[in-house]
Ligand binder design. Sequence first.
Ligand code: HEC
Length: 122
Amino acid sequence: MRGLKFLIILVGVLSIIAIAYAGNVEKGKALFNDPKLGTSGKSCNSCHPDGKGLEQAGTKKEFNIMGKRQKSIEEAVNFCIEMALKGKALDPKGSDMADIVAYIKSLSDKVAPKKKKAIEGC
Ligand code: HEC
């Protein structure tokens, strides 16, 4: 019985940690540079080198990529995964998505909005 109680408490604690998971910037950066998110051989970094063009994405509520509207940053990320990387959309509530979003949000802190430039070659 003790073991069972311990297990229940452990599962409870782990789910609280999972809910509170806010994403890891370093892991997000690694995914951002990883061509395995898609099948086109490109990574996010191919079109957004060091986060170029995403400096304001962490603060926006609505997005417009290639003429299509996205209502959240998760939708915008998945749009680029599916359309630009020819990959499979990530679970919007999953930890990989949380990591990528954490990385994108970290860009808004560093770069002044005026430095935003259009992306070339896409
Ligand atoms: C083939 C090129 C390409 C690749 C690869 C790519 N993107 Fe994009 N992305 C774009 C273009 C083009 C836009 C629209 C830019 C604009 O309107 O300023 C965009 C826009 C975005 C936006 C919205 C920015 C804003 O402020 O509106 C986000 C977020 C984004 N991309 C994330 C990603 C992520 C994450 C990846 C990797 C999974 C990725 N992109 C891969 C081309 C690409």
